[in-house]
Design a protein around this ligand. Sequence first.
Ligand code: HGY
Ligand code: MN
Ligand code: MN
Length: 428
Amino acid sequence: MAASKTEPKINGDRLWASLMEMAKIGATPKGGVCRLTLTDLDKQGRDLFVQWCEQAGCTVKVDQMGNIFARRPGRNNHLAPVGTGSHLDSQPTGGRFDGVYGVLAGLEVIRTLNDLGLETERPVEASVWTNEEGSRFAPAMVGSGVYAGVFSLEYGHSRTDPQGKTIGEELKRIGYLGTEPMGNRPVHAFFETHIEQGPILEHEGQTIGVVTDAQGQRWYELLLTGQDSHAGPTPMPVRRDALLGAARVIQLVNEIGLAHAPLAVSTVGMLNVFPNSRNVIPGKVFLTVDFRCPDNAELLQMDAELRAGVAKIAAQGRLEQDLKQIFQYDCVHFDQSCVQMVREGAQRLGYSTRDIVSGAGHDACYMSQVTPTAMIFVPCIGGISHNEIEDAKPEWIEAGANVLLQAMLAKANELPEVFRSSETAALA
Ligand code: HGY
Ligand code: MN
Ligand code: MN
């Protein structure tokens, strides 16, 4: 993986050190992080990022969804910036790289442009998106979703956590309820750098994943209601056991994923049993379903099979069922010219590459709805993510940020047509 000598390079040691510094915030015993969105730990991470960006000479703005924008000026500051970024919030048992890598790779590009004294035509902007994970507040990608106009600001602020706190209240509490109005910060192009969170790149020995597409997602919540009753005197035939129904639904969800193999995946990630007492037949069960597939028609088919299957299981167990789809987006096809800039940047630097479809959702998926967007993947150890043992090699982290620097420089020096024609006119 010999990178060429002539191209500008980021400072890999500095980037790694920043990642390890950020990983101290919410550090968990097994070496991961728990930095749930809009908690005090998320605030600490945000504050550290803002401090580093201000030290790098950026002006920092925060919008009404708490999205953070750190802008390095260019020669033409009235032109839309080239953006990059990801998220600082983590899963409850998250890793040190998911999201954070894309945020700090953007900062590293800015730090490197400063070191090299490189002035770009357009401003360059590093960003942090609120509630990407969708763990504390469902659904995922709410900050970028409101920015892209997929969700209203009112919807975004009203998302509620299990303790009844809303995103709007928590943004205010941690001091990140910004004033920048939504939707008026156009971006010329957007790049997100991320670990693959799957096994392909490492398994094939490739350094850079050129992300051409991302699979579509559908998230559901299901409440099954039966009858709490005594586990002793209640005869089997008369029971309305919500947990038995849930067990059948979990089996159904797995069967649907397998039936749409090899591309589809299906997961039940959350299960809450009420009253959850060992000698009470459960009267209520709440569970979540996560479907993903890089084919919209298959996702639609999976949706139909879920609805039919849940209805059948509820009838069989004499249960009431309330199945709601709470999140959905179709397959994402990233911008060909941005994807090509990633591919060419990686090849110029001598990195091995392969095209890849993202299995995970990312803020770039919503950014692609409002500006030309592409992603850069690097491998992670064992393809493991959303786990405290998530890990990556420093050379992978450095390579991805070097490719980001290439792509951003290419886009940041792209002038609008009108400039080019007036410029040539002036030269004539
Ligand atoms: O669920 C996802 O794909 C992302 O980690 N939010
Ligand atoms: Mn992520
Ligand atoms: Mn994640």
